[in-house]
Design a protein around this ligand. Structure first.
Ligand code: ZN
Length: 146
């Protein structure tokens, strides 16, 4: 499911510590043990839901995550912004061929937005027949899944 298109956000950047001084080594004091070991449980690490958006492809370079077909520039596509870990999301794309708006995808979308009409639509597509077509496809696929 997760591919190589990871989007690193700035808060994930760590600069390497520069500690290479060429002087005689001073004996390092033993590092004090942390008073409390870091919790191993993933409490507070809430799995967030993916978000979705209907948009027009800005270029003809991306491929559909399901059928691998190239999504042509200007073609309507579905963006899936999948949560990886805090501060890190990965963007997956789907073409809007009926086969690619499948029941599992529609179920996931409807679990977030309840109604396909609530899925965000890029402003250039708002109210367009294309956006309506995708909304209907999501609705129908969601009904098939029940
Ligand atoms: Zn596809």
């Amino acid at each position: 499911m997760y591919g190589s298109q990871l989007i690193l956000l700035p808060d994930d950047c760590r600069l390497p510590l520069k500690r290479q001084r060429k002087r005689k080594k001073l004996p390092m004091p033993p590092a004090p043990a942390p008073p409390h070991p870091a919790p191993v449980s993933n409490k507070g690490f809430k799995q967030k839901q993916s978000t979705y958006r209907i948009s027009a492809a800005p270029s003809g370079r991306a491929r559909c995550r399901r059928c691998r077909v190239v999504i042509a520039k200007g073609e309507t596509r579905l963006e899936v912004c999948a949560f990886v870990k805090p501060g890190r999301y990965t963007m997956l794309l789907r073409c809007t061929a009926p086969a690619c708006i499948d029941a599992p995808l529609a179920t996931a979308i409807l679990s977030v937005y309840k109604h396909a009409e609530r899925v965000p639509v890029e402003s250039v597509l708002e109210g367009s027949a294309e956006a309506n077509r995708v909304v209907r496809a999501i609705t129908c696929a969601g009904e098939d899944a029940q």
